[in-house]
Design a protein around this ligand. Structure first.
Ligand code: PMP
Length: 386
């Protein structure tokens, strides 16, 4: 099947695999990067340092601002719970949006359960949170605002520059989940007023099980660790580092830094071709607004067709209905609901997401397959004939 689910995860770049193999199979480095007393430890430490520098360089940060985690889920947990635990007072209030990833929303629910006051902001129909809403909803007890950079289902892009500026002025901590924006939008931490930024290697052609949390040094952000132990990662996240995965993550970031311009142009072309090929199908609705959306995600509703049936009919295409993370449930996507998409249309939605290795031929083939499947399923649909 053709892979059009890059927002769920990406295949590893062959250069990343090569680098990881070289590290393991050829150089046979196995040391603990925290072992300061011998060669084995120094080798591992050097490999971690090089990778940390590559990762920092990609977002123009200082390498001391990068903390390794197991992925963006853990980074989000560390950022949100860590800030709350370290700084909480009576009546602490925190803000997020209704379209965040579950790993943010469930942290907020958890803190709500612990007695924290929480505001969930709803986006407009394009999936955008306006700064006005934030201004209206803060109070003197607001401690933290967490807003994602790019949404994983519809691709909408938030104005993190504006929100960051406002938060800094008001002395409110600002956390950004950048899991879906890294590699799709250039991020320059020197130009943004962001305190904490989460991201993950497996969305940028790196290995699974490794991610990072950027923790600002200027101003210096303090938070409580969520995993206690040997004090690795400056005490923010204990545990022996998975050096081979970190090596892969660093290489993925190095490639991205060189390739991003090309990647973005490529995805932009493919997105246009895909939509132009599909837009004449009757009764289809674009849930991603191209004025406010990244180039690698298109979310479309095919009216009168169940998303699940369409997935089955598109056996040769790997795509998602709703969001991969929540598609075990048959509830319509909470993100689509939040931007005002009606239940039937939310049920008939498919997310196509493109990446570095997507080809023109694959998109042409996908267009033909989708058109065929839609025609066939609508013929079978009693509602369509009426
Ligand atoms: N945030 C967003 C926006 C995501 O899309 C994802 C991955 N689905 C995550 C967080 C979780 O990332 P990870 O798989 O690295 O834990």
């Amino acid at each position: 099947p053709i892979y059009l689910d890059y927002a769920a995860t990406t295949p590893m770049d062959s250069k990343v695999k090569k680098k990881m193999n070289q590290y393991y199979l050829i150089n046979d480095i196995f040391g603990n990067s925290a072992s300061r007393s011998h060669q084995f430890g120094w080798e591992a430490e050097e490999a971690v340092d090089i990778s940390r520098n590559e990762i920092a360089k990609l977002i123009n940060a200082d390498s001391r601002e990068i903390i390794f985690t197991s992925g963006a889920t853990e980074s989000n947990n560390l950022a949100i719970k860590g800030i709350y635990e370290f700084h909480k007072k009576k009546n602490t209030h925190i803000i997020t949006s209704t379209i965040e990833h579950k790993s943010v929303l469930d942290c907020y629910r958890y803190l709500e359960y612990k007695g924290c006051n929480v505001t969930y902001l709803s986006p407009n129909k394009y999936g955008i949170i306006k700064i006005k809403q934030i201004k209206k909803n803060i109070n003197k007890n607001t401690l933290l605002i967490s807003i994602m950079h790019v949404n994983n289902e519809i691709g909408s892009i938030q104005n993190i520059k504006k929100i960051g500026k406002f938060c800094r002025k008001k002395r409110i901590f600002f956390h950004v989940d950048a899991t879906q924006s890294i590699g799709k939008i250039k991020i320059n931490m020197q130009k943004l007023k962001i305190d904490l930024l989460s991201f993950s290697a497996h969305k940028i052609y790196g290995p699974k099980g490794i991610g990072a949390l950027y923790i600002s040094k200027k101003p210096r952000i303090r938070l409580s660790p969520q995993i206690h132990g040997g004090g690795q990662e400056r005490g923010f996240r204990s545990g022996t580092l998975p050096v081979h995965q970190i090596v892969g993550f660093g290489e993925a970031c190095r490639i991205l830094r060189k390739n991003m311009h090309h990647d973005i142009k490529h995805m932009k072309n493919l997105q246009k071709i895909l939509w132009n090929g599909l837009k004449n199908i009757e009764e289809i609705y674009l849930n991603s607004n191209f004025n406010y959306c990244v180039y690698n995600i298109i979310n479309i509703s095919f009216n009168y067709i169940e998303g699940e049936s369409l997935l089955m009919a598109l056996k040769n295409l790997a795509v998602s209905s709703g969001s991969a993370c929540t598609s075990q449930s048959l509830e319509p996507s909470y993100v689509l609901k939040s931007i005002g998409v009606k239940d039937e249309l939310a049920h008939s939605s498919i997310r196509f997401s493109l990446g570095r290795f997507t080809t023109y031929q694959e998109i042409e083939y996908a267009i033909i397959e989708i058109k065929k499947a839609v025609l066939k399923l609508r013929k079978l649909s009693p509602l369509w004939e009426m």
